[in-house]
Design a protein around this ligand. Structure first.
Ligand code: IMP
Length: 198
């Protein structure tokens, strides 16, 4: 099997970048689009898988490096899966996650007045793609089930971490030590399935 020595982590999201760096073997040299001054492509796909492929192929072709890309997001059942593939876009131009969380609460208020008294099921999904290998691209998907917290809790992590409580836990991802979160989350689950290629 082709041994990967260098990899471009195809994301301009600092939270994801540090999480993926921690998952990868230490001996692989890691590059970021930010350092190479490359902007992210438009996410025109209709699914996490498509968007992950769009990013991995774009970044890899731009740099001639093997690229590992992630597309991920939060699906809330009573919102028919929203924000879903629009998770990042709910934060607006400046990727303001406070704004994204406010939008989630507003959408829930609109859907069900007393949602805070109920268990609102949701999941994080992550689709990974490795592009640029001699063989075909490699794909993997991971999910973690949980609930929406009735208030924002915790300052750790990024994105929707302060409002997501994984099933069987009391703390939100935002309250958990990042190293603990990394070991149970959607990205780790997707990563585990493709670890053998790295
Ligand atoms: P994209 O994959 O870059 O389009 O963005 C995915 C968005 O989903 C992120 O910007 C976050 O808002 C959210 N997201 C994905 N994974 C996580 C996570 O592990 N914690 C919190 N939010 C996440």
């Amino acid at each position: 099997m082709e041994k990967i020595k260098k990899i471009l982590i195809g994301t301009n999201n600092p939270g994801k970048y540090s999480e993926i760096c921690d998952l990868l073997p230490k001996e692989i040299e890691k590059f970021s689009p930010k350092k190479l001054n490359i902007k992210s492509p438009e996410e025109t796909g209709a699914s996490f898988e498509e968007n992950s492929f769009i990013k991995a192929s774009y970044f890899s072709k731009k740099t001639n490096l093997i690229c590992l890309s992630d597309d991920s997001g939060l699906e809330i059942d009573i919102l028919n899966g929203r924000p879903g593939i629009y998770s990042s876009r709910w934060g607006g131009k400046n990727k303001n996650f406070n704004l994204a969380i406010k939008k989630v609460f507003k959408a829930l208020d609109k859907k069900k007045k007393n949602w805070r008294e109920e268990k609102i099921s949701a999941r994080f999904i992550c689709a990974l793609t490795i592009f640029g290998l001699k063989k075909k691209p490699i794909f993997s998907v991971g999910k973690i089930e949980g609930y929406i917290s009735n208030e924002q809790r915790g300052l750790k992590g990024f994105g929707y971490d302060p409002i997501f409580i994984p099933k069987g836990k009391r703390k939100t991802f935002g309250e958990m030590d990042p190293k603990k979160k990394y070991k149970i989350d959607h990205r780790y689950k997707a990563f585990k399935k493709i670890r053998k290629f790295l």
